[in-house]
Design a protein around this ligand. Structure first.
Ligand code: HEM
Length: 455
């Protein structure tokens, strides 16, 4: 052990540490990761608590035991964000919460956290309520539509209007809906390209990506400038960012930092919640009993009126449906950390610069942690059953100092959306549609045609 290696809590236990089977000369496990990352990663807990993978010339480690995952996530000073994925995200996100390193992240988080204070939630919930009602009114009985696209549009409107409450929001929504999918797709392609060459080729896709990024950056720049000039607190997320003051130093975020946080919130908040909502409707469509139980709760609590923030404590089953959808299809199915110093995990020595893969999907599909993991069972989250879930094994929002800052925002938005839609509509699956999880930037269902039937 090197003298700089910090001894970690996991050192005291016996762990199974192994290398993933099936590595090929030169490329290692890169092909299996490229072809079917979900199946491949989910097969690895059977081989150890910490499993080493070879991805081309590089190595990465997948902690499969919840205690090891937590050791990584709770030790952000040693396991920082980093590596090639972060470097590729920088031109898109700048230096915001997702891309900043440990020391700067602590400062940024102190400044952004107040924008998500529980006292601000009822205001955001009003926007959510209005947009969910608009969405639920917009469908035509019997006419199939793509639920996935509809949920993207809904969460884009909610996030944009929660960020910017002025009339600017409408223009912003149109631009976000136009640009964000292009940016998200391009960001994923770049993250997956080990050579870094793809971004430099004169391809039409690269041109569209650059144009979308320039448009979105331009829009955010103008909005931040407008808000700065007007200098009024509008009760929205952007006003909260502009007025945030570091309790330790009194410092504020400058315009570039605010710009980067806005971009980060758009990228982190829209796709994630939308994918999980689309999965919820897919799962309800496949599970008529769970759907009937949800409808019974909505009929009893809402009695056909639209849901409001005050209804949330009584919408237990609705929340359990979403919680279980997040277990089966966690939007953030894979994220990474990189060691900034030599350390030890599961008694195994890690050099500085080692890449660690954190996969909520792997934890959530492990039969040792969740019995019958492939079945959609919202009642596994009833308090009397949830208490038996192994501590730390449910991780849709991550953990530690980088835990999702929008977790309550996202849960509120999704619960209100599920309630608003399922109290008016039953979404029927189309028999000719097969759905496969697409592990891209988030774990999406891809196009999801369903037929709305009035209830
Ligand atoms: C169901 C919806 C959501 C899921 C599953 C989700 C998941 C996650 C996860 C797993 C992380 C941690 C990533 C890591 O540790 O590297 C994260 C971070 C983050 N999320 Fe979410 N998220 C959701 C919704 C939202 C929403 C609605 C917003 C904002 C409006 C948001 C903003 C962020 C930000 C800014 C971070 C970075 C936090 C930090 O590093 O301090 N997320 N999210």
């Amino acid at each position: 052990m090197s003298t700089r290696t910090a001894r970690q809590p996991s050192a005291a236990r016996d762990w199974r540490v192994s290398t993933a089977p099936g590595g090929l000369p030169l490329i290692g496990h890169a092909l299996r990761m490229g072809r079917g990352p979900l199946e491949f990663l989910a097969s690895l807990p059977a081989h150890g608590d910490l499993v080493e993978l070879r991805l081309g010339t590089g190595r990465a480690y997948l902690p499969c035991h919840p205690d090891l995952v937590h050791e990584v996530l709770l030790n952000a000073r040693v396991y920082d964000t980093g590596g090639p994925v972060k470097e590729k995200a920088r031109p898109i996100l700048g230096n915001g919460l997702i891309t900043s390193d440990w020391a700067d992240h602590r400062r940024q988080r102190r400044l952004v956290q107040p924008a998500f204070h529980s006292a601000r939630l009822p205001t955001y919930a009003e926007v959510m309520q209005q947009e969910c009602a608009v969405e639920a009114r917009s469908w035509e009985a019997g006419r199939p539509f793509d639920v996935s696209t509809a949920m993207q549009a809904l969460t884009a409107r909610v996030t944009a209007r929660a960020l910017f409450s002025t009339e600017i929001a409408d223009r912003a929504v149109a631009e976000i809906q136009r640009s964000l999918p292009v940016i998200v797709h391009g960001a994923y392609r770049r993250a997956m390209d080990p050579t870094g060459l793809l971004a430099r080729l004169p391809l039409a896709a690269n041109r569209r990506f650059d144009e979308a990024l320039t448009r979105l950056h331009g829009l955010i720049h103008r909005i931040v400038e407008d808000y700065r000039t007007a200098s009024t607190d509008r009760g929205d997320l952007l006003s909260a960012l502009l007025s945030a003051e570091d309790p330790e130093t009194g410092a504020r975020l400058d315009d570039q930092e605010i710009h980067d946080q806005v971009m980060t919130l758009l990228l982190a908040g829209i796709e994630t919640t939308a994918s999980a909502l689309a999965w919820s409707f897919h799962l309800l469509g496949q599970n008529p009993e769970a759907e009937a139980a949800l409808h019974a709760e909505l009929d009893e609590v809402l009695d056909r009126r639209p849901p409001a923030y005050a209804d949330l404590p009584r919408l237990d089953r609705t929340q359990r449906v979403f919680t279980e959808s997040l277990r089966l299809y966690p939007p953030a199915w894979l994220f990474t950390r990189t060691t900034v110093q030599a350390t030890e995990l599961a008694g195994h020595e890690l050099r500085p610069g080692s890449d660690i893969l954190i996969s909520p999907y792997v934890l959530h599909h492990n039969p040792a942690l969740f019995p019958d993991p492939e079945s959609f069972d919202p009642d596994r989250w009833l308090p009397e059953r949830a208490k038996d879930v192994t501590r730390g094994s449910y991780l849709p929002f991550g953990a530690g100092s980088r835990k999702c800052i929008g977790d309550v925002f996202g849960m509120t938005e999704a619960t209100l959306a599920l309630a608003a839609i399922a109290s008016r509509w039953r979404l029927r699956p189309r028999p000719d549609t097969t759905v496969h999880p697409r592990p891209h930037m988030s774990l999406s269902s891809g196009p999801l045609l369903m037929v709305p039937e009035p209830r």
